[in-house]
Design a protein around this ligand. Structure first.
Ligand code: ZN
Length: 227
């Protein structure tokens, strides 16, 4: 293993969305990221074997508090949650009280913005909503400072990253399906999808990647950060 491998192969960020049955009115793309409760619990048990795995939950579904929180606590795990400020308390979504419960249980609560739209090419007013207003709404509901953000659809470019840096976000999470450097400002993640199983998570996400594949992923992310 080279020095470079040590630097780039530290953390495997695994991202969940909803757990259980998708609520009515959820679009097909979002439903494609829901996993059943049984698969979720089995994947959590698998993840416990990998100390490098780090967990997060996007989109702020009700299952964050109803299913994920007790399952995490039972296993002594912690995770980051990235809810949408504009969906707090809506049917099927986590409430402000739920965010407080997550933060109170030692979970990290970050921001996924206001309305789940791409953060690329926002005008000034939308940018204010997504980066500033959403953050303060989530912080107020959670009763904790919001220091991290996750980009909706994993979409970002140089302007998005510059804005997030300027606003003092301590870490930004993407969905680039590659490993992250521990403590790095930009944290790529692997999203778990509806058809995943503990085995596919082990083989496709947790198993060590060939060096060539890792370098390809790093090059692709550099292009996204600089376009
Ligand atoms: Zn999302």
């Amino acid at each position: 293993m080279t020095m470079r491998d040590h630097v780039t192969a530290d953390v495997v960020n695994v991202c969940f969305h909803g757990v259980g049955t998708p609520g009515q009115g959820l679009d097909a793309e979002a439903a494609g990221y829901f996993v059943s409760r049984d698969v979720f619990l089995a994947v959590l048990d698998e993840l416990m074997k990998y100390p490098a795995a780090s967990l997060s939950f996007d989109d702020g579904y009700a299952s964050d508090v109803e299913i994920a929180l007790p399952a995490l606590l039972e296993r002594g795990l912690s995770a980051s949650f990235f809810p949408l400020a504009g969906s707090l308390g809506r049917p099927g979504h986590v409430s402000g009280a739920g965010l407080r419960a997550l933060a109170g249980a030692g979970m990290t609560v970050g921001s996924h913005g206001m309305r789940h739209r791409s953060w690329r090419r926002l005008d000034a007013e939308s940018g204010h909503e997504e980066f500033t207003l959403a953050r303060s709404m989530i912080a107020e509901a959670a009763g904790a400072a919001v220091l991290t953000a996750a980009c909706p659809f994993g979409a970002y470019d140089r302007r998005v990253l510059t804005t997030l840096r300027g606003q003092g976000y301590a870490q930004v999470f993407t969905s680039d399906r590659r490993r992250a450097r521990a403590g790095g400002w930009l944290q790529p993640r692997y999203s778990v999808r509806r058809d995943d199983t503990p085995r596919s998570v082990r083989d496709d996400i947790l198993a060590p990647r060939p060096a060539r594949e890792r370098m390809r992923g790093a090059a692709a992310a550099r292009v996204k950060a600089w376009r």
